[in-house]
Design a protein around this ligand. Structure first.
Ligand SMILES: [Mg+2]
Length: 188
């Protein structure tokens, strides 16, 4: 059984990293926090978050500095005992080298890696998706998969009609709880 895991907002705390970086540069004031990014289309420094983040992905040192979300490495290691793990990201292809280096340096082990995969995650042929993007996860669940939404300020207001769901949607905010849930699902 295949499990796909998103990188930004799930394995790595990219929003926190970008905020701290922009504070150091004097672009953001010191009172700006992750909770200010409370919608998928939130602005940062007056610009769209995605545009600003992708501009910084050209900077290898910036990418390598993204902190790992607590428990993520150990979680993927344990889940890999029971699932095949696909690491997936919407990052542009130019970030392939630095992203792969970040995964390796932090000790992530996986069976497959796909970059530049945004909304097409329904076509990956996986059974389960762990993601922080409220729209991607809903599309995946509607396609019949089991979606696990990793709670972040920008997906807390996710709204959906349960009758619209073909698969299942569950929400967690800690990696330890996701591991317990997914191992239990396979009878462990
Ligand atoms: Mg993400």
């Amino acid at each position: 059984m295949w499990l796909a895991v998103d990188i930004d907002g799930v394995l790595g705390d990219h929003v926190l990293h970008l905020i701290e970086y922009l504070k150091d540069k004097g672009v953001l004031d010191s009172g700006f926090t992750k909770d200010n990014i409370d919608r998928w289309d939130s602005l940062i420094g007056g610009k769209g978050f995605k545009e600003v983040f992708e501009a910084h992905l050209f900077d290898r040192e910036f990418v390598l500095g993204i902190p790992v979300i607590e428990g993520a490495v150990e979680a993927i290691r344990r889940l890999r005992g029971v699932y095949k793990v696909l690491i997936v990201t919407a990052r542009p292809r130019y970030a392939y080298g630095s992203t792969m280096e970040w995964l390796k340096r932090n000790g992530f082990e996986f069976d497959r890696f796909e970059i530049d995969v945004g909304d097409e995650r329904v076509n990956l042929g996986v059974d389960i998706l762990i993601d922080d993007n409220p729209y991607t996860i809903l599309d995946f669940v509607r396609s019949g998969g089991l979606g696990i939404i990793f709670t972040q300020p920008w997906n807390k207001s996710l709204e959906y009609n349960p009758n619209d769901m073909v698969g299942r949607l569950v929400r967690f905010d800690k990696w330890g709880d996701i591991v317990d849930y997914l191992l239990n699902l396979r009878g462990f």
